[in-house]
Design a protein around this ligand. Sequence first.
Ligand code: NAP
Length: 307
Amino acid sequence: MTTQTPMLLKGGPIAADIRETVAADVAAFEAKYGFAPELAIVVAGADAPSMVYLKKILDGCEKVGLGGRLVELGGECSPEEMTRTMEALGAEPHVAGIIVQQPLPDCIPLRVVIDAMDPRKDIDGIHPLNAGLLALGYEGYLPATAHASVELLKRSGIELAGKDAVVVGRSNVIGKPVAQLLLRENATVTTCHSRTADLAGVVRRADIVVVAIGRAAFVTGDMLKPGAVVVDVGINVTDAGLIGDVDFDSAIDVASAITPVPGGVGPLTNAILLTHLMRAARDQAAHTVAPGLPSLRFSEPQAEVTS
Ligand code: NAP
């Protein structure tokens, strides 16, 4: 039990600040280049819950003055159709960013999407070029959820340098990039997965715990070190509603700070995605105006995570 009231790490207020900045960036971009950048969301296969999520992203674009387009290929689309669609979007100057809804239907291997993705428009960081840039400490496009998870900690004033951080989950879209971002912030990072021996023992040593496994209420308060900071990335649809991968009711008695679900990482993810879109738009516009310039930044490794 902690004696102090735990801090709730809410994504909404931070997301609102970010959206305000993005709206101003969009207006400035439009004044300079004469058009508003556009996000294209490619969907293969109809999946009702994810469509609700995608509509939220499109609404978010509209609110800050960005264009947004759903490109629906239908459940039975062929790899060739996906390739053609991705390449056509890659060639459209107004489309600054492309995301492809996952999971993909069985008929479309992820490899097909990656092969056809223009890395300069890969604003959710699925392309190996962007994953490689992150791994080497350069500024590629980060997976938005992973970026949001670490940004939430930083903007909430949580000290990361020198802390023991445990990431539970090792997916390419969340667990691995979160671990790399925490390492970039000078935390000492351990990554756990389904084959980790004594998961509870490893988690109990952590000052910072980030959980992204897709198992409802899996991490409980008795697995946490008193005073731990907990980021729950999980979103699980249950009969009791949306719940995270952390058992909030027991964890809040032990943690010094914790994200609610919903209301934690989720709202920030969408706002972060908009910042990635604007960065891509600016880089592409600069590249078009001055074609010799690279549109991904092969800068020196960054100490700071930027959007
Ligand atoms: P994923 O690709 O299924 O990966 C799950 C990871 O969790 C795997 O690395 C797996 O280990 C590990 N794992 C599964 N069961 C475990 C266990 N019992 N103990 C330890 N590790 C275990 O999932 P994901 O795409 O990373 O998503 C994770 C969660 O985040 C889901 O709940 C998803 O809905 C949520 N999500 C949230 C947002 C947001 O904006 N908040 C966005 C996207 C996704 P192995 O590698 O050994 O199999």
